[in-house]
Design a protein around this ligand. Structure first.
Ligand code: M6R
Length: 367
């Protein structure tokens, strides 16, 4: 049942190229220039009338939403707000009929996310669900659904569901941009072409795990570490940190790289591992200065960056791993993979139950 893999989590990490392809299948037209989402009830007029988006989810699904919302803002220029579902209802969110609420849930059964969906509908919003389980409660109750086609996810730690949610967000953001005319046909075709290359790029990373495995064995000896990054790198850092905590039980924090010096820098001491995501070129220089701040306090820094920056970054960090090159907005679909592997191998090195971490359930049906 594990298809020759030692754990479901590793199997599911390896299923990601297929999950990307399956989630894209039939949603891009033959010319490779347009998104087609024929099942959506959201009309083009309705899409043009949306003036804000709320993204609501829990845990890893929330982290996918952080990436997705940022992509919507960049490609479609609609303001996006984010909430963890357990907070959403209780802060009296400003929901109007012009609000599009996107709920994200692998299982489609998360109680808080379902309650958020109901709150949104009661206030007249159109609710789009991104789920991985056809016929789940959230899929049934939402006004629209984009199914991620990741296949069943068994390991408690979510991997292929997260990356398929990213693909769903890319498709939907491009669709909104297409309808609202905020990106040209050529720009859309360019992004689609880069999306088609993602599965092979993931395969290339999965063929080459020795360095990340060795690094995981190194951090398995630590009790605390930090992830830092800016922009989309920060969103991925949050997911990397959650994954690591969840299955390795190593404490970690994800920090916006520029925010460290406002307090958390006090925790940086000799030898503490800091994983710096440095894939977003528009903020690379700034991230490098933040790396230097932790390095100066003795941190042991690993950078994740593109090949062309490895040599330069090695002047400021202890190690650097290359992430294949794609468009900045698509990079999370690649840069998260070594972080999933890091969590997996760190958990393994500590002798934990990788697929069934303590205290956690796959589906959280209590509020
Ligand atoms: O089924 P859902 O996507 O709604 O689940 C949400 C979270 O409980 C889930 O993503 C959780 O954070 C994962 N175990 C993280 O790996």
């Amino acid at each position: 049942e594990k298809g020759g893999f030692a754990h479901f989590m590793l199997k599911e990490i390896h299923e990601q190229p297929k999950a990307y392809r399956d989630t894209m299948l039939g949603r891009i037209d033959e010319s490779g220039r347009r998104i087609v989402l024929p099942d959506l009830h959201l009309t083009e007029d309705k899409i043009r009338s949306i003036n804000n988006v709320h993204i609501v989810a829990c845990g890893t699904a929330y982290h996918a939403g952080l990436v997705g919302g940022s992509v919507i803002e960049r490609l479609v220029r609609i303001p996006v707000m984010y909430d963890v579902a357990s907070e959403y209802r209780y802060r009296s969110p400003l929901i109007t009929p012009e609000t599009l609420v996107i709920v994200v849930s692998q299982s489609g059964e998360t109680a808080d996310t379902l309650a958020a969906l109901r709150e949104a509908q009661a206030n007249g919003a159109h609710v789009l669900a991104i789920t991985n389980v056809v016929g789940s409660s959230i899929a049934r109750d939402a006004d629209d659904v984009i199914n991620t086609l990741a296949g069943p996810e068994i390991a408690v730690a979510s991997t292929k569901a997260y990356t398929s949610q990213l693909i769903a967000f890319y498709l939907f953001s491009l669709y909104l941009a297409q309808v609202r005319g905020t990106q040209t046909a050529d720009e859309i075709a360019h992004i689609i072409a880069a999306m088609h290359a993602l599965p092979e790029q993931v395969e290339s990373m999965l063929a080459n795990v020795d360095a990340i495995k060795a690094y995981a064995e190194h951090i398995a000896k630590h009790e605390d570490l930090f992830f830092i990054g800016r922009g989309l790198d920060y969103a991925v850092a949050m997911e990397g940190s959650l994954k690591l905590k969840e299955i390795s039980y190593i404490h970690s924090e994800a920090y916006a790289a520029g925010e460290l010096k406002h307090g958390t820098l006090a925790l940086i001491e000799e030898g503490i591992p800091v994983i710096a995501l440095a894939t977003q070129e528009s903020v690379l220089e700034k991230t490098v200065s933040n790396i230097k701040e932790v390095k100066a306090r003795g941190a042991d820094v690993l950078a994740l960056t593109h090949e062309e920056h490895v040599a330069g970054l090695l002047k400021s960090v202890d190690q650097a791993f290359a992430i294949p090159k794609t468009l900045p907005i698509l990079t999370p679909a690649l840069s998260v993979v070594p972080l999933q592997l890091l969590a997996y191998y760190a958990s393994l090195a500590r002798g934990n139950d990788v697929d069934k971490p303590r205290n956690l359930a796959k589906s959280v049906t209590v509020e």
